[in-house]
Design a protein around this ligand. Structure first.
Ligand code: SAH
Length: 564
């Protein structure tokens, strides 16, 4: 079932002149909505009209201007702002569809491109108002596109109630950080140009002369901006809403090397049997907190210190007792190694102080989670093996396909599953897996370079390998472009999304639909086993997660955190 949707926009209505026609309570509501947005409402109603008391008050207070006349066409073109030739910026008709005047005003407005809204008459409107929640600079608007404003308002209230408090002030704060980073970068760039003969505005010569310093600067700038966008993308909403000045200072400073924890001499642990310190390296599953193992859940409740990776789902972080200190990795492109070192050092320091430290990872710790590396590092730091516990987690590599109704192995369709990374070391692409008709390949960390990935699967692209004829000599088989595939994003989270398509169309589909990280790509015939392709459609999109609905109905679920 497809239904019509609107183009939602945010209009800067400051100083606009809105004509409100009528005198009932709705006219009063339209006037106050206009005022909230910074517009000037003009009420058009004959002198004999009985005004709603709220309206009367606004008129008495001078907020609303009352033109005591009945409607004439000329009002539309004479009551507006001078700078737009006195045409009014929008018209609200509050008398409804039955009044013949409504239709007349509506068509006159439409003919003259004046936005018009007629109460309870969608066919006469060129725009409708959203049911809105306002918190500082944050606005959330809901429309059901004519399926009922009561319903829209109920949905808006539910959404607003599920948002953490002070989200509006967090928006202000994060906006400030963003602006500050931009300003500082701008100043730095200007500083570089000062005392230099080269005209800063002539991009090419400037960057040619100062190649190295400009590049350094760009790196620092990108790191801070990237860190900021990662904070916005990955911090749990509750945590974002509670962002402090200290957090902001850390964000601004984060382009310095973050590896700061002290390094203490080796083997203090082994020599000290009284030290009860331990490290638990645990996976937290793909997203939904019900997919935690009981072992990891217990560890969350009992740890003295939790060091969590960036991707650890919000619903899982919500289970951490309030008193437990938590640190989330400052991992963003270009800072992954530093963030990893930082957490490892903190973990080692914690164990040495006798703490139970939980290193919380997303999915499974040994599937692209650098878990092996960490265990090796703990060993190297002299932490005995019996003080290190590794707990498995449900990996996204296998659960995301499941929640997208894709069985990675399927009799007579797929007899092998390959889990791959789409991104190699130092950003270089890894060797592409070769085609096998009965193979399902799951690519993690690949969606940001989906074009390159698909190119490598479907053609010989590596000039080095080509020159040595390695691909052809080794007969690396290419994947047919009609091979079914699926992009599964935020699997098991409420905003899970599945895009089903083929290798031929997946790049275009991802470009058109945008990205919703984290996500992965599943390739192979198994994608279609439970999901027949829709005829004539290059791709299809499925929104939402219902994978545990039945379980929750049985009362087995632990429930999601309010902002999970
Ligand atoms: N250890 C993790 C994987 C870490 S690598 C695990 O076992 O799941 C991070 C990559 O995992 C992301 O780039 C994405 O490709 C994938 N991923 C993680 N969580 C996901 C989710 N909920 N839905 C889809 N893909 C996910």
């Amino acid at each position: 079932m497809t239904s019509h949707t609107s183009l939602l926009t945010a209009i800067d209505a400051r100083n606009h002149v809105y004509l409100v026609i009528g005198s009932n309570p709705l006219a009063a509501a339209r006037c106050s909505q206009s005022l909230t947005a910074g517009a000037f409402p003009i009420l058009l109603a004959p002198e004999t009209a009985e005004l709603h008391y709220a309206l009367q008050k606004r008129i008495d207070d001078g907020e609303v201007k009352w033109v005591k006349e009945t409607f004439q066409d000329s009002h539309l073109f004479s009551l507006g702002r001078e700078e737009v030739g006195r045409v009014v910026d929008a018209v609200f008709v509050t008398s409804g569809a039955k009044d013949p005047l409504s239709a007349q005003i509506s068509s006159l407005c439409k003919r003259n491109r004046i936005p018009v809204n007629v109460v309870d008459a969608p066919q006469l409107c060129s725009f409708t108002l959203l049911s809105t929640h306002i918190d500082g600079p944050l606005q959330v608007g809901v429309t059901t596109n004519g399926r009922g404003c009561k319903l829209a308002s109920r949905i808006r209230r539910e959404i607003a109630a599920s948002l953490p408090q002070s989200l509006g002030s967090a928006c202000l704060r994060l906006g400030d950080v963003r602006r500050k980073i931009q300003e500082e970068d701008h100043l730095l760039h200007k500083g570089l140009g000062d005392g230099d003969d080269v005209d800063d505005s002539v991009d090419q010569s400037a960057s040619f002369n100062k190649l190295v310093t400009e590049a350094d600067l760009d790196a620092a700038k990108n790191r801070r901006m990237r860190w900021l966008s990662q904070v916005c993308e990955y911090w749990p909403l509750k945590r974002l809403a509670a962002i402090t000045d200290d957090d902001v200072a850390t964000i601004l400073k984060s382009y310095d090397n973050p590896g700061s924890a002290e390094s203490v001499g080796k083997s203090t642990l082994a020599n000290n049997p009284d030290n009860r310190g331990r490290i638990i390296l645990a996976g937290s599953g793909p997203g939904h907190p019900d997919l935690l193992t009981r072992a990891t859940h217990k560890a969350i409740q009992t740890a003295d210190l939790i060091l969590a990776d960036k991707l650890v789902p919000a619903g899982v972080l919500d289970l951490i007792p309030r008193r437990t200190p938590v640190q989330i990795a400052r991992k963003f492109p270009g800072n992954a190694d530093a963030a990893q070192t930082e957490l490892q050092e903190l973990a080692i320091a914690g164990v040495r102080q006798g703490k139970t430290v939980l290193r919380l990872k997303q999915g499974d710790p040994y599937i692209y989670g650098r878990g092996g590396e960490e265990v090796a590092c703990f060993r190297a730091a002299g932490i005995p093996d019996d003080r290190v516990v590794v707990l498995p987690g449900v990996t996204s590599a296998l659960s995301a396909p499941l929640f997208a109704a894709i069985p990675p192995t399927q009799r007579d369709v797929a007899d092998q599953v390959l889990i791959c990374t789409g991104t190699g070391k130092k950003g270089k692409p890894p060797a592409p897996p070769e085609y096998s008709p009965s193979r399902t390949v799951v690519f993690l960390m690949g969606l940001h370079r989906i074009q390159g990935l698909v190119d490598e699967l479907t053609a010989y692209t590596d000039p080095e390998r080509m020159a040595q004829r390695q691909d052809i000599a080794a007969r690396r088989l290419l994947w047919p472009r009609h091979t079914p595939c699926a992009v599964v994003e935020r699997a098991s989270c409420p905003d899970q999304r599945v895009i089903r398509t083929t290798l031929a169309c997946v790049v275009e589909a991802v470009e058109a639909e945008g990205s919703r990280p984290p996500g992965l790509l599943v390739v192979g015939a198994a994608c279609e086993f439970l999901n027949a392709p829709r005829k004539g459609q290059a791709w299809s999109v499925e929104e939402g997660f219902r994978g545990l609905d039945g379980v929750e109905e049985l009362g087995l679920g632990m429930g999601m955190g309010s902002d999970a």
